[in-house]
Design a protein around this ligand. Structure first.
Ligand code: OAD
Length: 243
């Protein structure tokens, strides 16, 4: 199928849908200057980020891991939503029953104006007390040591999901229900390698929902897609979602 006929089919699926569920990954933020997880392979002070994003790394050396998160927050605070994030805001406005599930912790969907968001991997601009569990929004950056809870004095941690940890309570159920109700499932900018988020494309397919995949290149989930659109999300989404 040519790109233009795939685009036309995908547009028709979305136009006819009353309920749409979207899953996004790091690729949707790439054009905002946010590095993807598996794209750059960059080290932080000689350490692989994949090994730093774990509870074991954090509790072994909270200063080191917090310093890395502080650096990431500083980077992210310079990034702005791109045309793909904005197109999803428009899709939400046009759709009666809309759910945006994201694996991203960068806050760019919210900054663009999306409202019905499920943050499957948390939010880098929140912190949570490791003792009492109190959570708060914290957009600060500038390294001054790990933050501590104003309520109990406990060590606070980034409000993100690390490898080996459970997803935020209720988030998987919320996305599962949204996939169950949807007339179209749109996957954007994810390698589809990280579970359980990767499982929703298969669920949509088993339920007979059309699956539209937008990505720079084929992924693990391409075989599940009804329509595949390869290219930059920031270029494809405004063409897919217009008027
Ligand atoms: P990945 O880095 O694994 O995949 C990003 C995907 O986006 C790749 O398939 C790229 O080809 C694609 N991509 C890159 N630039 C793009 C663009 N401009 N437009 C469209 N697609 C583009 O990122 P995720 O799938 O999000 O988990 O990774 C999933 C999870 O693994 C993350 O949430 C994180 C990570 O480890 C946790 O931190 C728990």
């Amino acid at each position: 199928m040519s790109f233009s006929s795939a685009l036309a089919s995908a547009k028709q699926i979305l136009d006819e849908a009353d309920a749409i569920t979207v899953m996004t990954g790091a690729g949707i933020s790439a054009e905002s200057g946010v590095p993807t997880f598996r794209g750059t392979g960059g080290l932080w002070k000689g350490k692989d980020p994949m090994t730093l994003a774990t509870p074991e790394a954090f509790f072994a050396d909270p200063d080191f891991v917090w310093e890395w998160y502080d650096h990431r927050r500083a980077e992210l605070s310079r990034c702005a939503p791109n045309a793909a994030h904005h197109a999803l805001v428009q899709l939400e406005e046009q759709t009666a029953d809309f759910t945006l599930a994201t694996q991203n912790v960068d806050g760019l969907h919210r900054a663009a104006g999306s409202r019905r968001i499920v943050h499957l991997h948390g939010d880098i601009f929140t912190v949570r007390c490791t003792d009492c569990g109190n959570e708060r929004v914290d957009r600060t950056h500038g390294w001054s040591g790990p933050p501590h809870c104003a309520r109990c004095g406990g060590l606070e941690r980034p409000g993100v999901v690390w490898f080996g940890e459970a997803l935020p309570e209720g988030s998987l159920e919320a996305v599962g229900e949204a996939v169950g109700r949807c007339d179209a499932f749109l996957i954007i900018g994810t390698s589809g390698l990280v579970w359980p988020a990767a499982g929703f494309a298969g669920l949509a397919r088993r339920l007979g929902r059309p699956v539209i995949l937008v990505n720079l290149e084929p992924t693990e989930q391409s075989s599940l897609a009804t329509v595949e659109l390869y290219g930059r999300a920031g270029e494809i989404l405004p063409r897919l979602i217009s008027g």
